[in-house]
Ligand binder design. Structure first.
Ligand SMILES: C[S@@+](CC[C@H](N)C(=O)[O-])C[C@H]1O[C@@H](n2cnc3c(N)ncnc32)[C@H](O)[C@@H]1O
Length: 412
């Protein structure tokens, strides 16, 4: 079948219409004239892959990575960088229009990454000890694409991947490892394997035993964060100062909440602007780093609850203040000035949105790495009495369709 790509959809596929069908094509560029092969059909939509580029879009470039097309990591290398940014802005608008039903989307900027290549300071590599392969999952599958070099990794992580590969070839990686996560610090790289079975954790060849899950320090926008490869941290340092400034904006006042706070990326700067801050994070290791980071910064006006955000907000809603610390309870009884939420890709659960609305904050800042779940949650927040004040996007993930969005809401 021959198609012309109209635009890029949320999820990164190119949209086309032909022979009465809606066709979604992987790794396409807007304006491409393509011969495609239908791989699967779901309802009215045919999912296709490119057989031949009949007329390339003017936005198309030769993907520089030899693994492109097979590796599931990047799906935008076929477009030049400006076209990637435009496609991402369209993706955000599409989600807000279709899923959040926002008619007048305010003008917004998408901030380009300072480095469209070699930017990733955090990565996860899959490992197959039987086939002796190390790399990323292939697109849409659990097959492993063996990757010797990756063009979006920061140089420190390229070196780490190379040295893990060398150790694999010498038979020195633990068979029990399923994957390796790594994060760059100011002084070193922290590496953590995920181990298949807890029993083999005892093995003497385990990287875990060789004390390589070291804690590292990251200095971002004047704040110092301790963390290691097992905790979440943003993957693109280059844009973090702007992301933090935009997420917090001019906000200041009495009380702020930092939901899904991780190791405290936003909690520390919030604690410098608000009298009382509570962070909530379910991963005990990340939460304990957040506490350590606040203590090291001598910020005694913030605390971190190690809880599921939904459960924590339910306790607040039920006024079950006995389950909250004295400090949290006191803070939550007053007027909430600012709630920042930065959930994982799946977005916030309904009870989280209901819990946030119940707190009646003056302002909400939603930081999201998925425009579709952001739009879904935004619809509920708008219906709950808030209005969209501003919107900004950051290209934290060049060469992929992923994009970070920050939305500020105020009481309508
Ligand atoms: C996108 S990260 C944001 C972390 C932090 N704001 C940052 O920028 O570094 C989401 C965080 O939410 C945590 N998390 C995921 N689900 C959660 C839940 N139900 N309750 C509390 N924390 C959760 C994860 O462990 C992770 O640290």
């Amino acid at each position: 079948m021959e198609v012309t790509i109209e635009r890029i959809l949320p999820g990164g596929l190119g949209l086309a219409h032909a022979e009465g069908k809606t066709v979604m094509v992987a790794l396409a560029a807007p304006g491409d004239r393509l011969r495609v092969q239908i791989d699967r059909v779901k309802g009215n939509v045919s999912f296709a892959s490119i057989e031949e580029i009949l007329t390339p879009s003017p936005l198309r470039v030769e993907p520089p990575c030899p693994y492109f097309g097979r590796c599931g990591g990047c799906d935008f290398q076929q477009m030049h960088y400006q076209a990637q940014l435009e496609a991402k802005a369209e993706i955000i608008k599409d989600c807000l229009r279709r899923l959040a039903r926002i008619e007048n989307i305010p003008d917004f900027q998408i901030t380009a990454a300072p480095n469209p290549w070699h930017y990733r300071s955090r990565a996860q590599w899959q490992y197959d000890s039987i086939r002796q392969t190390l790399g990323y999952f292939e697109s849409g599958s659990r097959q492993l694409c063996d990757v010797a070099a990756c063009a979006v990794l920061a140089p420190e992580l390229e070196n780490t991947l190379e040295s893990l590969r060398a150790r694999m070839q010498e038979g020195l990686l633990p068979d029990s490892a399923r994957d390796f996560r790594a994060v760059v610090g100011d002084e070193a790289v922290s590496i953590a394997p995920s181990i298949r079975s807890p029993t083999v954790r005892e093995g003497s060849d385990s990287i875990k035993d060789s004390a390589e899950i070291r804690d590292i320090t990251r200095t971002i926008h004047g704040e110092t964060y301790r963390l290691n490869a097992e905790s979440f941290f943003q993957a693109n340092d280059g844009l973090l100062p702007q992301l933090i400034d935009t997420a917090i904006g001019e906000a200041s006042g009495e009380t702020a909440l930092d939901l899904y706070c991780g190791v405290g990326l936003f909690t520390l700067p919030l604690a410098r602007r608000f009298k009382h801050v509570v962070g909530v994070e379910s991963d005990p290791a990340a939460a304990s780093f957040a506490r350590e980071n606040l203590a090291n910064a001598r910020l005694t006006n913030a605390e971190v609850a190690i809880r599921d955000v939904g459960v924590w907000l339910d306790d607040v809603k039920r006024h079950d203040l006995s389950r909250l610390s004295e400090e949290s309870a006191a803070v939550l009884q007053g007027q909430m000035d600012f709630v920042l939420l930065d959930p994982p890709r799946t977005g916030a659960e309904s009870r989280v949105i209901a819990g946030v609305l119940g707190l009646k904050p003056r302002r909400i800042s939603y930081v999201s790495c998925d425009p579709a779940t952001l739009a879904r949650d935004l619809k509920k927040l708008l219906a709950g009495g808030y209005t969209l004040h501003s919107l900004a996007a950051f290209d934290m993930f060049p060469q992929t369709h992923h994009v970070e969005t920050v939305v500020h809401l105020v009481v309508a």
